[in-house]
Design a protein around this ligand. Structure first.
Ligand SMILES: Nc1nc2c(ncn2[C@@H]2O[C@H](COP(=O)(O)OP(=O)(O)OP(=O)(O)O)[C@@H](O)[C@H]2O)c(=O)[nH]1
Ligand SMILES: [Mg+2]
Length: 310
């Protein structure tokens, strides 16, 4: 799946890509240099689908060059998604950005007429031009009328990550024929069996969530909780800071290298390596470690099979 990220320079494209796919925090992304022309990166999203990100440096001379005969096929062919990023806090550059969008959109139409188009009104943590204002300018400048999906985003408040993931998940379900739903279903059954409140499957290298199930009463805090987990998991080796945090909180440890369990009040928090690239995080109300382990062993083959890791 090919995604092109475009927009004027300084809009936040590289920051968004690294935040979503590499779990980098705003702090870690502060000193990025401007992207010089085109940078491509391959990511294995949720351990299930390969995504090529074309991070297109946004200086106007680059944008022009992408449309030349030399580059237009490379950039605009076989695109699944175009994400056009606008710095909504930079009032003076919004019209210019949308004018540039119209030019690049024409090239996209030519080579990838079915590509989905998203406009992100980015940096919404700052004083900004509202999304409806931006839509108005798009309607005024973009002819003919096309289907565009809009989101207001920021890395600082995590909305960029949540929204881009939503875009990708919807698309992935179309492409994958329900593999993510199957995984979520397996996690739900596992969570029920261990009398649990949460199960998160995550990539062991980056600590990026692959799939999760949360009991209803937890759903209000889901975003916050995920943020907590992903913040704790960012630095490889991700496990060390998380375990340190647990110890600090006074959780009791009953440790094996592939299966760590912490008692906290009525609950057991477990981190299990299911595979060298995939781990499972659960919170269970069972007090028998053997029963938790048995339940996880029961669902492990199916989970790995959906991930094609068996
Ligand atoms: N306040 C705020 N600043 C952001 C956000 N996202 C990115 N930035 C800042 O915006 C600046 C530019 O970010 P980049 O990701 O390098 O922008 P770019 O679109 O890749 O720029 P080019 O590579 O030149 O096209 C950096 O200083 C980022 O820290 C955000 O959500 N909020
Ligand atoms: Mg960049």
């Amino acid at each position: 799946m090919k995604i092109i990220m475009m927009g004027l320079d300084n809009a936040g494209k590289t920051s968004i890509a690294k935040n979503v796919f590499e779990n980098k925090t705003f702090q870690e992304l502060k000193n990025l240099s401007p992207t010089q022309f085109l940078e491509t990166h391959q990511y294995n999203y949720r351990q299930m689908i390969n995504i090529s990100i074309f991070d297109c440096g946004g200086q106007v001379q680059f944008l022009k060059e992408y449309r030349t005969d030399q580059f237009r096929i490379k950039v605009f062919n076989k695109v699944t998604i175009m994400i056009w990023v606008i710095d909504s806090s930079d009032k003076g550059k919004i019209r210019k950005s949308i004018t540039e969008f119209t030019k690049n959109y024409i090239a996209l139409q030519e080579y990838s007429p079915n590509a989905k188009i998203f406009i992100l009104a980015h940096k919404n943590d700052k004083k900004k031009v509202e999304l409806k204002e931006i839509k108005k300018i798009v309607n005024e400048l973009v002819e003919p009328k096309i289907k565009i999906h809009y989101f207001s985003t920021s890395i600082k408040n995590n909305s960029a990550k949540l929204k881009v993931k939503r875009i990708l998940d919807d698309l992935m379900e179309e492409v994958m024929g329900g593999r993510l739903l199957t995984l979520q279903d397996l996690l739900q059954k596992l969570t029920d069996r261990i009398n649990g409140s949460v199960s998160i499957l995550f990539n062991s290298d980056e600590g990026i969530e692959i799939a999760s199930h949360f009991e209803k009463y937890l759903s209000m805090e889901k975003a916050e909780f995920l943020e907590y987990i992903s913040l704790k998991l960012v630095e490889p080796p991700f496990l060390a800071p998380l375990l340190k945090e647990f110890k600090k909180q006074g959780f009791l440890q009953n440790n094996r290298s592939d299966f760590s369990v912490y008692r906290v009040g009525e609950n057991s928090i477990c981190i299990v390596n299911l595979h060298k690239t995939v781990s499972l995080f659960t919170i269970s109300a069972l007090d028998s470690l053997a029963r938790i382990e048995k339940a996880i062993e029961k669902y492990k083959p199916d989970i790995l099979s959906v991930l094609k890791l068996d």
